[in-house]
Design a binder for this molecule. Structure first.
Ligand code: CTP
Length: 398
């Protein structure tokens, strides 16, 4: 699930001198995996923890280390920052943060940070006593007030063997923050609720009726809504996917648990997206004991589950949220989608054929609203998510 924000973007990675510098190589690799091009600047202290060869190998470009580089005739800090869409400092040491906060610029890293005009993201890492020091806290506050995005530090085991706030955020989270810094925050202030995955309907204490939904589509919508600035609650049925960073995840099992969680969260939402494959039926009786094998057949009687989307649609007030449903079909895609749109009282149905996107990373969907039918190309689920969120953006300004 790759947020598309980094494709074709130029990132200037500044590596400070702390033990977490070894993780900056993983940050470089993840940035590249998501489509960014990199220039790397190592501070003098940074070079004590990790060598330029590592970054040259990952990025294909020799890292820069010297403001006075005799091989570069112009103003290196101006050239590097002019082409950068984003500057990312990993790790940001207490000293680098202090220099940034006070506008000091006496080496390549700090001149770049003073010359940078685009978004700047810092990933602090240091001993908790240094992080908690009023000087560092004042510097961080000054940087935040100037629009610098700060990711971490987090609580965890430190190189010294102690534990506390000071450990650098994980590379994936740092790159998510970089992607977010390059994404227009058009959903800032919005509250979004997304359901995802299938549901498990218990038969006995160890067995259930379920379906093959992976949850990928709903997780992609939650991640993109968060990246675009929304406050997101993800109500997830059983899924192997990791929680998207920055999103409040409520894990549920059955359709009835999902209903309760979605209805509470939807009370204050601006957008509700029901991407979950909710089981329509559940076993009428859940055996308290594990059901034992017999010679005969096992017959399960199933009863109807609540239809969460239809319930939201029926209860909707004029100032209520936009409601988006999904329709997974095996035939007559548009006809079924239009019928669900009307029956469940929602604003948009995202329809797809079971052959086009049930389990993979890509999906081919048709957006069906009361006024238009819009077939989209086959694309990544993050890109589908952005199309759905674009519809919400248009709905808000209607
Ligand atoms: N949905 C729901 N609660 C249910 C069943 C479905 O909220 N008990 C939502 C799904 O999350 C999806 C939409 O309704 O957004 C359509 O789901 P689908 O299973 O395709 O619709 P059904 O009404 O169950 O129709 P059918 O199974 O007959 O195709």
């Amino acid at each position: 699930m790759n947020p598309p924000a980094l494709t074709g973007r130029e990132v200037l990675l500044v590596v400070g001198g702390g033990i977490a510098a070894f993780k900056s190589a993983l940050v470089a690799r993840e940035l590249q995996r998501r489509g960014a091009s990199l220039e790397t600047v190592l501070t003098t202290a940074g070079q004590r923890f990790i060598t330029g060869v590592t970054f040259a190998g990952i990025t294909g470009r020799a890292p820069r280390v010297d403001l006075w580089d005799p091989a570069y005739p112009g103003e290196l800090h101006i050239a590097l920052t002019a082409k950068a869409d984003l500057v990312l400092v990993v790790p940001a040491t207490a000293d680098l943060l202090a220099r940034m906060a006070h506008g000091l610029a006496d080496d390549l890293a700090t001149t770049c940070l003073l010359a940078a005009r685009g978004p700047v993201v810092v990933a602090p890492a240091m001993h908790p006593r240094m992080w908690e020091h009023p000087a560092t806290q004042a510097n961080i506050a000054a940087l935040r007030a100037r629009g610098v995005a700060v990711v971490g530090p987090v609580v965890g085991a430190l190189a010294s063997g102690e534990s506390g706030v000071g450990r650098m955020a994980e590379p994936e989270e740092i790159v998510d923050a970089a992607a977010r810094a390059l994404t227009p925050q058009d959903l800032a202030g919005c509250r979004v609720v997304v359901s995802a995955g299938g549901t498990h309907e218990a038969i006995d204490p160890v067995r259930f009726v379920g379906n093959r939904s992976s949850g990928r589509m709903g997780y992609a919508i939650a991640a993109r809504a968060h990246a675009r600035g929304a406050a997101v609650v993800l109500v997830s049925g059983p899924s192997a996917l990791a929680d998207p960073s920055g999103v409040t995840v409520l894990r549920v099992r059955s359709a009835r648990e999902m209903r309760d969680a979605v209805l509470v969260a939807a009370g204050s939402a601006d957008l509700v997206v029901m991407a979950a494959a909710v089981a329509d039926y559940r076993p009428a009786d859940v055996s308290v004991e594990k059901i034992k094998k017999t010679d005969g057949e096992l017959v399960l009687r199933m009863v109807k589950n609540p239809d969460i989307l239809a319930e939201l649609g029926a209860a909707r007030r004029p100032d209520g949220p936009m409601l988006v449903g999904f329709a997974l079909e095996t035939s007559d895609l548009v006809a079924h989608a239009r019928e669900k749109l009307a029956r469940k009282g929602c604003d948009l149905v995202v329809a797809n054929l079971a052959t086009d996107g049930f389990e993979g990373d890509d999906n081919r969907v048709t957006l069906v609203s009361p006024s238009a039918i819009t077939p989209l190309e086959l694309m990544g689920k993050s890109a589908v998510a952005d199309h759905v969120l674009d519809r919400f953006s248009a709905w808000r300004s209607r």
